[in-house]
Design a protein around this ligand. Sequence first.
Ligand SMILES: [Zn+2]
Length: 125
Amino acid sequence: MSQPLNQNLTPEQKNICFLKGTEPPFSGKYVDFHENGMFTCVNCGQTLFSSSTKFDSGSGWPSFSDIGDQGHVKLSDDTSIGMHRTEVTCANCGAHLGHVFDDGPTPTRKRYCINSLALDFKKKE
Ligand SMILES: [Zn+2]
Protein backbone atom coordinates (compact mmCIF):
# COMPACT_ATOMS: atom_id res chain seq x y z
CA MET A 1 0.00 0.00 0.00
CA SER A 2 1.26 3.42 -0.90
CA GLN A 3 1.92 5.89 1.85
CA PRO A 4 1.65 9.67 2.11
CA LEU A 5 5.21 11.06 1.94
CA ASN A 6 4.19 14.64 1.36
CA GLN A 7 2.64 15.87 4.59
CA ASN A 8 1.08 18.83 2.82
CA LEU A 9 -1.28 16.82 0.63
CA THR A 10 -4.87 18.01 0.73
CA PRO A 11 -7.73 15.57 1.48
CA GLU A 12 -8.63 15.72 -2.22
CA GLN A 13 -5.09 14.78 -3.21
CA LYS A 14 -5.01 11.93 -0.70
CA ASN A 15 -8.31 10.64 -2.07
CA ILE A 16 -6.76 10.34 -5.55
CA CYS A 17 -3.30 9.10 -4.63
CA PHE A 18 -4.17 6.58 -1.93
CA LEU A 19 -7.86 5.76 -2.41
CA LYS A 20 -7.71 5.77 -6.22
CA GLY A 21 -10.23 8.55 -6.55
CA THR A 22 -10.86 10.57 -9.69
CA GLU A 23 -11.17 14.33 -9.83
CA PRO A 24 -14.21 15.75 -11.67
CA PRO A 25 -13.44 16.41 -15.36
CA PHE A 26 -12.31 19.94 -16.24
CA SER A 27 -11.72 20.65 -12.54
CA GLY A 28 -7.96 20.19 -12.48
CA LYS A 29 -5.41 22.95 -12.74
CA TYR A 30 -3.37 21.12 -15.40
CA VAL A 31 -6.18 20.45 -17.89
CA ASP A 32 -5.71 23.73 -19.73
CA PHE A 33 -2.04 24.25 -19.03
CA HIS A 34 0.67 24.74 -21.63
CA GLU A 35 3.96 25.52 -19.91
CA ASN A 36 7.19 23.68 -20.71
CA GLY A 37 8.60 21.37 -18.09
CA MET A 38 8.11 18.11 -16.26
CA PHE A 39 5.10 16.87 -14.37
CA THR A 40 6.09 15.18 -11.14
CA CYS A 41 4.40 12.98 -8.56
CA VAL A 42 2.68 15.21 -6.00
CA ASN A 43 3.50 12.72 -3.27
CA CYS A 44 7.19 11.90 -3.80
CA GLY A 45 8.40 14.35 -6.46
CA GLN A 46 9.52 11.77 -9.02
CA THR A 47 9.38 13.01 -12.63
CA LEU A 48 6.54 11.33 -14.54
CA PHE A 49 5.45 13.08 -17.72
CA SER A 50 6.96 15.72 -20.00
CA SER A 51 4.94 18.70 -21.19
CA SER A 52 6.14 17.79 -24.71
CA THR A 53 3.82 14.76 -24.74
CA LYS A 54 0.82 16.58 -23.28
CA PHE A 55 -2.10 16.98 -25.66
CA ASP A 56 -5.64 18.28 -25.55
CA SER A 57 -7.80 15.17 -25.47
CA GLY A 58 -11.05 16.94 -24.65
CA SER A 59 -11.58 14.46 -21.81
CA GLY A 60 -11.27 17.03 -19.04
CA TRP A 61 -8.14 15.48 -17.57
CA PRO A 62 -4.49 16.19 -18.36
CA SER A 63 -3.56 13.76 -21.13
CA PHE A 64 -0.15 12.55 -22.23
CA SER A 65 0.83 10.40 -25.20
CA ASP A 66 3.87 8.87 -23.52
CA ILE A 67 5.72 8.42 -20.25
CA GLY A 68 8.35 11.10 -19.56
CA ASP A 69 10.86 8.83 -17.91
CA GLN A 70 10.58 5.13 -18.67
CA GLY A 71 10.34 3.12 -15.48
CA HIS A 72 8.99 6.03 -13.45
CA VAL A 73 5.39 4.92 -13.78
CA LYS A 74 3.92 1.49 -13.22
CA LEU A 75 1.02 0.04 -15.22
CA SER A 76 -1.30 -2.60 -13.83
CA ASP A 77 -4.63 -4.18 -14.63
CA ASP A 78 -7.66 -2.61 -12.99
CA THR A 79 -11.07 -4.29 -13.16
CA SER A 80 -12.49 -2.37 -10.19
CA ILE A 81 -15.55 -0.83 -11.83
CA GLY A 82 -16.56 -3.84 -13.91
CA MET A 83 -14.53 -2.82 -16.93
CA HIS A 84 -10.96 -3.54 -17.84
CA ARG A 85 -8.66 -0.56 -17.57
CA THR A 86 -4.95 -0.10 -17.06
CA GLU A 87 -4.10 1.78 -13.92
CA VAL A 88 -1.16 4.19 -13.86
CA THR A 89 0.73 4.56 -10.58
CA CYS A 90 3.98 6.21 -9.53
CA ALA A 91 6.67 3.51 -9.63
CA ASN A 92 8.50 5.13 -6.74
CA CYS A 93 5.81 5.63 -4.09
CA GLY A 94 2.81 3.76 -5.50
CA ALA A 95 0.50 6.77 -5.62
CA HIS A 96 -2.46 6.38 -7.97
CA LEU A 97 -2.18 8.77 -10.92
CA GLY A 98 -4.89 7.77 -13.40
CA HIS A 99 -5.41 5.34 -16.27
CA VAL A 100 -4.01 4.74 -19.75
CA PHE A 101 -6.18 4.12 -22.80
CA ASP A 102 -5.40 3.01 -26.36
CA ASP A 103 -7.07 5.93 -28.15
CA GLY A 104 -4.27 8.49 -28.07
CA PRO A 105 -2.47 10.21 -30.95
CA THR A 106 0.25 8.65 -33.10
CA PRO A 107 2.89 7.37 -32.81
CA THR A 108 2.17 5.81 -29.41
CA ARG A 109 -1.66 5.70 -29.67
CA LYS A 110 -1.64 5.94 -25.90
CA ARG A 111 -3.62 8.37 -23.81
CA TYR A 112 -2.36 8.63 -20.26
CA CYS A 113 -5.34 10.19 -18.51
CA ILE A 114 -3.96 11.64 -15.30
CA ASN A 115 -5.52 13.51 -12.39
CA SER A 116 -4.18 17.05 -11.94
CA LEU A 117 -4.34 16.52 -8.20
CA ALA A 118 -1.78 13.71 -8.44
CA LEU A 119 0.68 15.96 -10.24
CA ASP A 120 3.05 18.76 -9.47
CA PHE A 121 4.91 20.76 -12.11
CA LYS A 122 8.54 21.73 -12.50
CA LYS A 123 8.97 24.49 -15.02
CA LYS A 124 11.86 24.14 -17.43
CA GLU A 125 14.38 26.93 -16.86
ZN1 LIG B 1 5.40 9.12 -6.26
